[in-house]
Write a new protein. Structure first.
Lengths: 261, 161
């Protein structure tokens, strides 16, 4: 690793001030950033650790939504977000137990890895991502592989997930990394169904609008018969071709609908 | 350099560390607690698992500076106060839950974290919980058996390897 300092602010205000320094970077749980630093793919001068900020941790249920602090670990979401079962289950399947004790929802969403699980839940639920300066709808937040609407130095303080009538997440794991080779999050709300796909597209997480329309009029796996996703723009690598990933989207969406509760 | 203070295995330590000092490096090279092993250094193998504020974490993927003010437990802190092996360690010995032994510190620390939350795990729950701990000797069978035994369960019904 290159050399850098680590600062441990205890409030969002202090963290924002610290991030104003030259070449400063926020450090969430570090489960992606630390391996990146080890490979010398990043060279910050200061890392501003967000893990000591109590005000951005915790899970609460509030008027039909589950609100999760940006610094909340996957393990805590798995244990405490029971009001939104599909979300808790998704969190409990990220990485392994020790990784889930460090990795945070804010870190995952800020990084927007094209194979991460949380982006599918946020987009599939129409979540609202709140930062120290504003609130951003999930539909506006994800802007391509590793790209988000966040500005330099902006910190995710909380994420609000409207609780659906039924939902499920299906992850087809890449067995070595346990990231999603393809993951599909389906959520049924009173005003329609949302289907978000991670792991597949070169543009990162996206909504499968054809499936949403079909499922909104008939919420059953059969409603998806005959629908397919084009392999154009799908990630193609040694773990699976674009056509394979496109096929998996259909399969996993059906499974998610069948399992939704 | 940042000054950090933490309680490691019941003893308070204060040291000056560089920002990029990993927790695993701090434990092994500053405190000479070499029971914590570094297998892959990429967060895959789990040989470096320690407890920070009671939770299992991979010490190769955390900075020492982030542990300021926390309570840390390593494999050296798992023995009984009289110096004899702790319950989980003893079960690993009794059931031959190690072959080369390299992964053992992480296995024991993960097992302790599991048993704290789930005092009587099933075999499937143990195998699921250990997904982040790799035994390169592939000696999982007796590791699982040792953890079941450490939780006070009868392991005679578990098939021999």
């Amino acid at each position: 690793m290159y050399s850098f300092d680590v600062e441990n602010p205890e409030t969002v205000a202090d963290a924002v001030a610290a991030l104003g320094q030259d070449e400063a970077q926020a450090l969430g749980g570090g489960q992606t950033l630390i391996p990146t630093l080890k490979q010398r793919l990043a060279a910050p001068s200061v890392l501003v650790s967000l893990s000591g900020i109590a005000e951005i941790k915790g899970v609460s249920a509030d008027g039909g939504a589950v609100v999760i602090g940006g610094g909340t670990t996957h393990g805590t979401v798995a244990n405490e977000a029971g009001a939104y079962g599909a979300l808790a289950a998704l969190a409990g399947n990220i990485g392994d137990p020790a990784v889930r004790n460090r990795g945070t929802i804010g870190g995952s969403l800020a990084n927007n890895d094209p194979s991460a699980c949380y982006p599918a839940a946020a987009l599939g639920s129409g979540a609202t991502i709140s930062t120290n300066t504003r609130s951003i709808a999930a539909d506006d937040y994800f802007q391509g592989m590793f790209e988000t609407a966040l500005d330099e130095g902006e910190i995710i303080t909380s994420v609000s997930f409207p609780i659906p009538e039924a939902a499920n997440y299906q992850k087809f794991e890449q067995p070595a990394s346990r990231f999603a080779l393809v993951g599909v999050f389906v959520a049924k709300y009173a005003d329609g169904v949302r289907v978000a796909v991670t792991g597949a597209s070169e543009e990162g997480v996206f909504r499968w609008s054809e499936a949403e329309a079909a499922l909104s009029s008939n919420f059953s796996a059969e409603a998806l018969n005959g629908l397919s996703v084009s392999a154009d723009g799908m990630i193609s690598d040694l773990h699976g071709s674009g056509a394979y990933r496109a096929h998996l989207i259909g399969v996993l969406t059906k499974r998610a609908v069948a399992a939704a509760s | 350099m940042t000054e950090v203070t933490m309680v490691v295995n019941g003893k308070s330590v204060t040291k000056s560390v560089k920002g990029n000092t990993l927790m695993s490096e701090f434990l092994r090279e500053e405190l000479r607690l070499t029971g914590t092993h570094v297998g892959c250094d990429t967060s895959q193998c789990g040989a470096c698992v320690v407890h920070v504020n009671g939770e299992a974490v991979k010490s190769c993927t955390m900075f020492a500076a982030e542990a300021n003010g926390s309570e840390v437990k390593t494999i050296e802190g798992m023995e009984n106060p009289d110096g004899s092996l702790g319950v989980i360690q003893q079960a690993f010995q009794d059931h031959h839950g190690l072959q080369c032994g390299f992964c053992t510190p992480g296995m024991v620390m993960s097992a302790a974290a599991l048993l704290k939350d789930n005092p009587k795990p099933t075999e499937a729950e143990i195998r699921d919980y250990l997904e982040g701990n790799i035994c390169r000797c592939t000696g999982y069978h007796n590791i699982v058996k040792a953890i079941m035994a450490a939780s006070g369960q009868d392991v005679t019904s578990i098939a021999a390897e």
